[in-house]
Design a protein around this ligand. Structure first.
Ligand code: APR
Length: 235
């Protein structure tokens, strides 16, 4: 079975860590998941940043090294190919902070949880900037001209995700909703399918049913790298 996409359909795709798993980037909650090794409150929260910014940079340096060594897999390429077919009728929203969608050719991925290879000042409103620097343990935290500290451009637990206005607009416009490789436990992304399901056909792709499985019209169980390349039937 495939997902039929007519010329009138508007498609919303939400990706999670699972789409990058076959590229060698660990997920968060599965076996070998990041939160099995690190405690969120120690490395990915405003409180962690206040208490030990060097520890936070050590964590994101490890993630920059892992993501920097990764290459996009067939799942990323399939979504980039779909974007070139559908143009602005495809809205790609990712919870991932790696740049594998971009490396595969996606031009308009919306990173609601931020981007690993960007940093920003924790004090002034200077816009986020490209930054792939990594730091040794206990490194000196770089400073902005304003005196603030440079932090990862990542949405931490307790912070508001980015671009929610245009994400909610795209959700209300879509007629097809597809979630790929996300466990469906972290809000607000976990509720996107519920927002779409009144009007849209809703699908899930991943090796196991997500926590919000009941909200999906159909689940395609399997790895996204194997399923996505042959999943879309564009009319
Ligand atoms: N293909 C597709 N899905 C896969 C694959 C694969 N090859 N391998 C694993 N998965 C699925 C798992 O079954 C799981 O449902 O990917 C999902 C990963 O779930 P999580 O690790 O919880 O990742 P995610 O849902 O993206 O987490 C959401 O939580 O920690 C925060 O900010 C972080 O963006 C992240 C958010």
């Amino acid at each position: 079975m495939m997902i039929e996409i007519s010329a009138a359909d508007r498609v919303f795709i939400l990706t999670g860590a699972g789409i990058s798993a076959e590229s060698g980037i660990p997920t968060f909650r599965g076996a070998g998941g990041i939160w099995r090794t690190y405690r969120v409150e120690e490395v990915a929260s405003p409180h962690a940043w206040q208490r030990d910014p060097a520890m936070v940079w050590e964590f994101y340096s490890m993630r920059r090294r892992a993501a920097g060594a990764a290459k996009p897999n067939p799942g990323h390429f399939a979504l980039a190919a779909l974007e070139s077919k559908l143009g602005e009728r495809l809205f790609l929203c990712t919870q991932n902070v790696d740049n594998l969608h971009e490396q595969a050719g996606s031009r308009r991925a919306v990173h609601m949880h931020g981007e690993l290879f960007k940093s920003r000042c924790d004090t002034c409103r200077r816009p986020p900037f490209d930054d792939s620097r990594t730091y040794e343990p206990r490194a000196e935290i770089p400073r902005c001209e304003c005196g603030g500290q440079i932090r990862p451009h990542i949405c931490w637990f307790g912070e508001v995700p980015y671009d929610l206005d245009r994400i909610f607009q795209a959700l209300s416009d879509c007629t097809v909703f597809l979630a790929v490789g996300t466990s469906g436990v972290v809000e607000p992304a976990a509720s996107f399918v519920a927002r779409a399901r009144g009007r849209a056909r809703t699908y899930y792709v991943g090796p196991e049913e997500p926590a919000n499985a009941s909200a999906f019209t159909k689940s395609f169980l399997g790895k996204s790298g194997g399923l996505l390349p042959n999943l879309f039937d564009c009319k």
